[in-house]
Design a protein around this ligand. Structure first.
Ligand code: ADP
Ligand code: MG
Ligand code: ZN
Length: 560
């Protein structure tokens, strides 16, 4: 019988026997033994890190039954199918089953037929169901995707709040474990409180995913970029995320017109169709899925070679979870984000339109800003992510678009001072665009109406384009010299860091794109020099290697 011969085995033996893996990955063994020692445990591990075995192996080894709380029906089915095919008795109870089927399973559970039962948190809202659970010998409760308990997480599910109550009703109290991929400090605190964890052991695996290469791409032609990119990965699996249902549909049509087949997934489709498309993608019948963020939670597809975000997502938490679906098999994979500032406006609009309370909106704006900062930073993108989640990095990743770019670090202290003092003169009451216009010396009517053209900083960055100035401002925001207020029309404020630049002459070094605008050449002088060069050459006055090329002459003739 299953129970008798397994209970004596070690976790590693179980891993080999039922999963066919030879070694534990980072933290898996520690988490398993923490649970086997009856300690509540909070486990934060990146997507694809291998959280499932961390609760499945203890579930196998514990006497009694384990309840797994799982947010998605499709996810339950996948997990139960895998467990069953590995010879582990597991089952799920959810709305896809008829009442008779559910009753049968409930009877079997009482008979001790199953080791694991997967349920959705919403089940716990039924008093009858909780009453039934109370009759079972439940030794362990595993909460998957535990960030759903947090209001400030990105997938809030009110029913997750019922889990704590359930535990209080069970005696003896079962061991409780919470699993999530993304938890900032606040979310981790919310999980501890919301699930009523008892002095939990905390396990945080590094947030780095070494096999992922992150890129932020700023292109004027996103569609062509997408098409080229996908064609480069012909025959490989990839996910394209878009913000709205409409975007998803349009992109599919566009790709189809260009001979690329893809399936779609979004909340506006029937559940049957959604599941069908998801299965086609998971079983490699379709290579590309275009989806809103409704797609992907808990999905275990190992060979996704790229995740491309067609628009900027609303938070780093969401982004990293979605992007993290690439390369679960450990092979090199790419995470691309196509950035335009217009898409940021769309996200702001969505926040404005949402039913969230004011306090929550402020949080959402802040989360969005961290996402935008990611797109503007010139530092290592992987490091930015790890830092965002409160982890530490030893070195830059060497493979993200910033690590690989050929930008040079230059001293931009003077530009920084000009921008910061302009912000101060404008009394921190205006947004990026208007500040850039003032610095540029724009003739914009609004500027005249508000008499901003009378400021001493008006026009002091004339030689740059308005776009270049805006980009610099965004960069200083991303690097923490400036900050934006939360809201639909954020204004730019000075931070301590900028004050040090203005008052104490702190140097500002930045990797920036060299200005594309060329300083014009003095054409008369250029022609004269060319004439001179011709004479010199004809008369062989100088050895040929000293004769300057056209481009050198041009450099000599630039204004300034
Ligand atoms: P998560 O829930 O953390 O996103 P999963 O539990 O779905 O990740 O695991 C991701 C993949 O890693 C699965 O295919 C799983 O079988 C595999 N995996 C888990 N543990 C190990 C291990 N110790 N060795 C090799 N592969 C593993
Ligand atoms: Mg998982
Ligand atoms: Zn990097």
């Amino acid at each position: 019988m299953f129970v008798k011969d397994t209970l004596q085995q070690s976790p590693l033996e179980i891993l080999k026997k039922y999963y066919g893996y030879d070694h534990f990955r980072k933290n898996q063994e520690e988490i398993i033994s923490s649970l086997l020692n009856n300690q509540d445990t909070l486990c934060i591990m990146p997507t694809g890190g291998g959280k499932s075995v961390c609760y499945q192996i203890p579930a196998i080894l514990f006497q009694g039954i384990t309840i797994v709380i799982s947010p998605l029906i499709s996810l339950m089915k996948d997990q139960v199918d895998t467990l069953t095919s590995n010879g582990i008795p597991a089952v799920f109870i959810n709305s896809t089953l008829s009442q008779i089927e559910q009753d049968d399973i409930m009877n079997d559970l009482k008979q001790g037929v199953y080791k694991l039962v997967y349920i959705s948190p919403e089940r716990l809202e039924s008093i009858t169901f909780v009453k039934f659970l109370k009759q079972l010998p439940i030794t362990f409760i595993a909460v998957d995707e535990a960030h759903c308990v947090s209001q400030w997480g990105h997938d809030f599910r009110p029913s997750y709040g019922k889990i704590g109550n359930l535990i209080n009703q069970l005696s003896p109290r079962p061991v409780l474990a919470a699993f999530t991929a993304t938890a900032t400090k606040e979310v981790a605190e919310d999980i501890k409180l919301g699930l009523k964890l008892h002095e939990p052991q905390l396990y945080i695996s590094g947030y780095e995913r070494e096999n992922l290469a992150f890129s932020v791409v700023k292109t004027g032609n996103k569609r062509n970029y997408l098409l080229d990119f996908i064609q480069r990965y012909k025959g490989e699996s990839g996910i394209v995320y878009a913000t709205t249902r409409k975007d998803v549909e349009e992109l599919q049509l566009f790709l189809q017109k260009n001979g690329v087949q893809a399936v779609t997934y979004h909340g506006g489709m029937s559940e049957t169709l959604r599941n069908k498309n998801q299965e086609k993608f998971i079983y490699d019948d379709e290579k590309i899925i275009i989806a809103t963020n409704a797609f992907g939670m808990g999905i275990d597809k190992s060979n996704v070679r790229y995740v491309l975000h067609y628009q900027v997502p609303k938070s780093m938490e969401g982004y990293y979870q979605e992007a993290g679906r690439a390369g679960r098999d450990g092979e090199n994979s790419e995470c691309i984000l196509l950035f335009t500032s217009k898409d940021v406006q769309t996200q702001k609009y969505l926040i404005e339109q949402s039913a969230s309370v004011e306090e929550r909106k402020v949080q959402e704006y802040q989360k969005l800003q961290s996402m935008v900062d990611y797109c503007h930073t010139t530092k290592c993108l992987q490091s930015y992510i790890v830092n965002y989640f409160g982890g530490k990095v030893n070195a830059d990743c060497g493979k993200c678009s910033n690590c690989k770019s050929e930008l040079e670090e230059i001293d931009v202290t003077v530009e920084a001072q000009k921008i910061f003092s302009c912000v101060v003169r404008m009394k921190e009451r205006f947004g990026v665009t208007l500040i850039a216009q003032v610095l540029k010396g724009s003739q914009n009517k609004r500027i005249k109406d508000m008499r901003l053209n009378e400021l001493t900083t008006y026009g002091i960055m004339k030689s740059k384009t308005e776009k270049e100035i805006s980009e610099l401002i965004q960069l200083f925001i991303a690097e923490g010299y400036l900050e934006l207020t939360a809201g639909q029309f954020p204004t730019v404020k000075i931070t301590e860091k900028a004050v040090s630049v203005l008052k104490n002459g702190l140097k500002v070094l930045q990797k920036v794109k060299p200005s594309k605008q060329e300083v014009p050449i003095q054409s008369e002088l250029f022609e004269k020099l060319r004439q001179l060069r011709k004479e010199i050459a004809e008369k062989e006055m100088l050895p040929p290697y000293i004769i300057f090329s056209d481009s050198t002459l041009k450099e000599m003739c630039r204004y300034n």
